[in-house]
Design a protein around this ligand. Structure first.
Ligand SMILES: Nc1nc2c(ncn2[C@@H]2O[C@H](COP(=O)(O)OP(=O)(O)OP(=O)(O)O)[C@@H](O)[C@H]2O)c(=O)[nH]1
Ligand SMILES: [Mg+2]
Length: 365
């Protein structure tokens, strides 16, 4: 199951954003909760193509793609040095594949700010520093072990090069730079994956605004400039307002959205961006029994696609029948018509699945 962890300073609106995304109704209050057990919820990825397939096939069962969101406790300045709740709950962050970093922009005198003023760039840096600090801890442990082995002359050749790399990473982190800014080869990334470094995880910045803060928001200038320089994507959300929106019935919601000139609900935007951030694509299987969206990482091949459906399909894989979604719809959602028109392809094991592919696996076990 793919997971997105929600991080940010205490009272930045993490649980509010979690509720916007998941409609889970997690507790939201104007004082630090002191709660370390995270809220979790599975979310269906909204996809118009999927809805259309369901409309066409009217299947007995339908299963959209999903992602799990995990709402964590607030991360305070110096958490790594034991301040606030400390950073023990960062283990929950390390199990996430991507991070949503909620930054407070809203002004609300009823909600205290842990740093006593609204300064989104400063807040972002505080949390970033804590994530860097935690990665440094992981590096130090590993370094100590490798040095110990080195002293005993027991390093394998692989460990010799690992030691070299780890030392470089340590120097980089000590410069207060996240690992995502260190040029790692794919092979190095793979070899480091077991450490689950937090500053290597893709990060989406969620700017939590009051509905009055639109257009050029002065408080956001510095942060938005820095994030664009760093190539980190920002999304604006009207946390408190959109949480209320999600609690309305659809009719009232549409009306309210029109009043606030919100076109795409924050919920859909956040889920889409998270999905993109994770580098995920969907492929579909469809029929009158079931219409289903499946999730794959970008670049996955046909055998992996088969394996997400069932291990037998990967094991006995012969070939995949593939039609692009648009071609499928243009040909009355009929595989045989697609075949006649020549838009149905037979693909082998190494075929790289494309977002929106309609796939049927031929297999034999
Ligand atoms: N005005 C305004 N208030 C907000 C907004 N987002 C959150 N709040 C308020 O801020 C307070 C904290 O929100 P939460 O979502 O609980 O914040 P949190 O980051 O989960 O807090 P902790 O889990 O305690 O760290 C609540 O009283 C919210 O109603 C917003 O966009 N605008
Ligand atoms: Mg919370």
């Amino acid at each position: 199951m793919l997971k997105c962890g929600i991080v940010g300073l205490p009272l930045s609106g993490k649980s509010t954003v979690f509720n916007v995304i998941t409609r889970a109704g997690a507790e939201v209050k104007p004082y630090a909760s002191g709660k370390t057990e995270p809220n979790r919820a599975l979310v269906n990825v909204p996809d118009k193509r999927f809805d259309k397939l369901v409309e066409i096939f009217k299947p007995k069962s339908e299963k959209p793609a999903d992602v799990e969101f995990v709402d964590l406790a607030g991360l305070s300045r110096d958490a790594g040095k034991g301040a606030g709740l400390g950073n023990s709950f960062l283990s929950f962050v390390s199990e996430s594949e991507a991070l949503l970093h909620v930054v407070r922009v809203f002004k609300n005198s009823a909600v205290p700010h842990p740093e006593n003023s609204i300064d989104p760039l400063r807040d972002w840096r505080i949390v970033e520093a804590e994530l860097i600090y935690r990665d440094l801890g992981v590096i130090s442990n590993r370094l100590a072990r490798l040095e110990e082995k080195k002293a005993k002359k027991k390093l394998t050749p692989a460990e010799v090069s690992e030691l070299e790399l780890i030392k470089e990473l340590e120097a980089h982190l000590l410069n207060e730079r996240p690992l995502r800014e260190f040029n790692l080869t794919d092979e190095q990334k793979k070899s480091l994956s077991g450490f689950a470094f937090l500053t290597l995880k893709p990060e989406l910045i969620v700017l939590n605004l009051d509905y009055t803060q639109t257009g050029d928001v002065p408080e956001l200038k510095a942060l938005e400039a820095e994030m664009s320089a760093k190539n980190l994507k920002c999304v604006r959300v009207y946390g408190a307002t959109e949480m209320e929106l999600e609690q309305l019935d659809p009719e009232d919601r549409a009306e309210f959205m029109k009043d606030l000139s919100i076109t795409e609900p924050g919920r859909d935007r956040l889920i889409h961006e998270a999905y993109k951030l994770l580098g995920l694509i969907s492929f579909f299987t469809s029929g009158t029994d079931e219409v289903r969206a499946w999730t794959l990482r970008e670049g996955a091949d046909a055998v992996e696609a088969a394996g997400t459906i069932h291990s037998d399909l990967a094991r006995g894989f012969i070939r995949a029948q593939v039609v692009a979604y648009d071609d499928f719809i243009a040909n009355n959602a009929s595989m045989s018509q697609c075949r006649d028109k020549g838009v149905l392809r037979l693909e082998g094991k190494e075929y790289k699945v494309q977002d929106g592919d309609m796939i049927e696996i031929r297999f034999n076990v």
